[in-house]
Design a protein around this ligand. Structure first.
Ligand code: URA
Length: 238
């Protein structure tokens, strides 16, 4: 059972108004709870049981949804594309208005969250939270040892230093294939880090984001479990 919430908060979270506007509705006598008009601002409702109406229309608390998509190539990370290309939102069957948490390039594959919860998205994209991202990278040529060290010390991208916190070779003899870990979400961050040293990224796959791995086939998605969502909030909400 959900905790009781203040009536104005409940109305605002349904998406019909701000909390301040919701207070006005209450004071104007436009809100009923279980068929009784409520004009008390401190009134609390039980979201699971109480029937709240504003101007005769039933208000329901917004249902938050959280998805993990293993993004395929050739899909744009936006809610709407002016060129009518397939978007990540098109891949998910839902009647909620969802949006991607951060972005992956058109041809980058891997873990991408989608949600209708702005707080969740802010938490996982805010630079101060230093969310860990792990990428599988294929380069056009072998990575030199010196360049590996430079990437770990820091490279300037548009005047701001960027670093990889780990650079690994899954196959010791294949120095074109790497796994890099970083905590930055700047646009095209991984490609630009390598470009700064004269390499081209030919394949980019995000194998993990905020500790969540691509544990489903490419092009498919699943809902995050309640526990996963709870843990993500717990780990990053300070
Ligand atoms: N860095 C990139 O360059 N591209 C992505 O899609 C993600 C991170």
């Amino acid at each position: 059972m959900k905790m009781p919430v203040r009536l104005n908060k409940f109305i605002a979270e349904s998406g019909i108004s701000s909390r301040r506007k919701a207070e006005e509705f209450i004071l104007q006598g436009r809100v009923t709870v279980n068929r009784k008009t409520i004009t008390e601002l401190s009134f609390k409702v039980n979201p699971d049981e109480d029937e709240v109406f504003v101007d005769g229309e039933r208000i329901k608390q917004k249902q938050y949804v959280y998805y993990l998509l293993n993004k395929p190539k050739g899909v744009i990370t936006t809610t709407d594309d002016e060129k009518n290309r397939m978007t990540v939102v098109d891949l998910i069957k839902t009647n909620q208005k969802i949006f991607p948490v951060g972005r992956l390039d058109y041809n980058t594959t891997g873990v991408l969250f989608l949600t209708n919860d702005g707080n969740f998205s802010n938490l996982l994209t805010h630079p101060k939270n230093k969310i860990q991202r792990v990428y599988e990278v294929n380069l056009d040529r072998n990575l030199e040892d010196d360049d590996k060290s430079t990437l770990l010390k820091g490279v300037y991208i548009e005047g701001e230093k960027g670093v990889f916190i780990k650079v690994e070779f899954p196959k010791i003899k294949d120095r074109k294939r790497l796994i890099v870990t970083c905590t930055e979400g700047r646009n095209k961050f991984v490609k630009r880090m390598f470009e700064a040293l004269g390499y081209t990224v030919v394949l980019l796959n995000r194998i993990s984001f905020a500790g969540m791995n691509a544990d489903i086939p490419l092009g498919t998605y699943r809902k995050l479990t309640t526990l996963e969502v709870k843990n993500l909030f717990k780990n990053y909400a300070k």
